[in-house]
Design a protein around this ligand. Sequence first.
Ligand code: GLY
Length: 405
Amino acid sequence: MSRATAPRGARPSGWQRVAVIGGGIIGLACAWRLAERGHAVTVFDPDVAGGATHAAAGMLAPASEAVFGQDALLAAGLTGAREWSSFAADLTRVGSEDIELRPHATLLVALDADDEAALARHARHVERRHCPVERLAARSARRLEPALSPRVRAALRLNETAVDPRVVARALAHAVVASGGVVVPLDVEPDVRAGRATGVRARGTGGVRDGQPTGAAGLADEGRAYKADVVVVAAGWASGPLASALAHPVPIRPLKGQVLRLGATPGALTHTVRATVRGREVYIVPRPGGEVVVGATSEDVGEDPTVTAGAVHDLLHDAIEVVPELAEAGLLETTARLRPATADNLPLVGPTCVEGLVLASGHGRAGVLLAPITADAVVAHVEGRPPPRAMEPLAARRLCHKEHA
Ligand code: GLY
């Protein structure tokens, strides 16, 4: 799509007033791309980037995370990963943070014969989708990543990278405002009248707090309602309940992920490492400053945000099994957040059966990877253009034609 942006302060013809519910990486990415094209955008979130974005490891790893039978997600992920280069460059240009994508490959490692067979199947699966994979014997893998356990007996190397979602979210929040958008720390829901979204309204007893930008955001009705041409629901797992204004249920449910942050010697690990230990998947994502993210659980346990002793134990055990020197790292943080999961494991992006109501949620484990291409799809919809082709199977309109549990 054309990347032409409107001059700051100018509104192009056909501009729309857009309310974005949710200030995680998806909502902020949509808001920024809309604002830089001259739309009047307000993001509503009482806890910007405090949800799944706060926990996410930030791997841009469609091939490593590819699952048999989910080709549409893989296709969107591969296009989404390519989209990240220009997204990161544009975001860095706007200002507050360097979002440069550094070369930083992924090693999928095998600890036993079953793992080796699984890696061979995985390699064939992604190669059929034109993803290059390098097969490594144990010695070559350890030469590339000396911190790997001597138990590692083979590996695949994929040319995939990672970003720090906390840094990206900070940069996006800055970029939204720098592009003329507004971020309001308010809990809102879509206002749907006569089958059309007309804006948002404050939830519960909420209102605009302590003179926050009520006037600038255009909130009316004593600070409780905001009129908009388009309402984008990008509220993570809460998007399901929020979009209940639709004529049918929106099947987005919480999928709990527990994640650890360790403090290791900078440079001790230079690849993202993924393995399966005792049937549990673990990933280890190093950041340049020495932080190492270890994740993650995938628990279908409803709205429970508890960090559990068992999950922390398992993640530490499995990470140390693969990279023994992590036993010496500091335990900096334990985090649990809820990802937005869908029944068919595909995100829900685009217009719904309620006029003016757009969904940008249900990204499951791929929210960071798909943030830029989701923003492209939402901008395309707001401007009356078709979305990127890879996003077509993810269209939220598929809900209008199906019965969902
Ligand atoms: N994409 C990694 C995760 O959701 O755990």
